[in-house]
Design a binder for this molecule. Sequence first.
Ligand SMILES: [Zn+2]
Length: 70
Amino acid sequence: MTAVCDDPGVADDEIAQPVPCVRCRRDALLNMAGHCSDCIADMGLNHVEEHGTWRAELAELVKSGELAGA
Ligand SMILES: [Zn+2]
């Protein structure tokens, strides 16, 4: 078997770009509508209202096409 690592359409460093979370200020590779996965989980468990606000923001981003596949 030969491993093929030749995908001209994908630039690794563009994908793996850490984005600081707006809530906890930590750099996170997984960042949805400004929030890292930790904060999303925390909001879902402990801050339901905040979570609802975030979900609305996320829906807006998806609708405007800024964020795909969420
Ligand atoms: Zn966070």
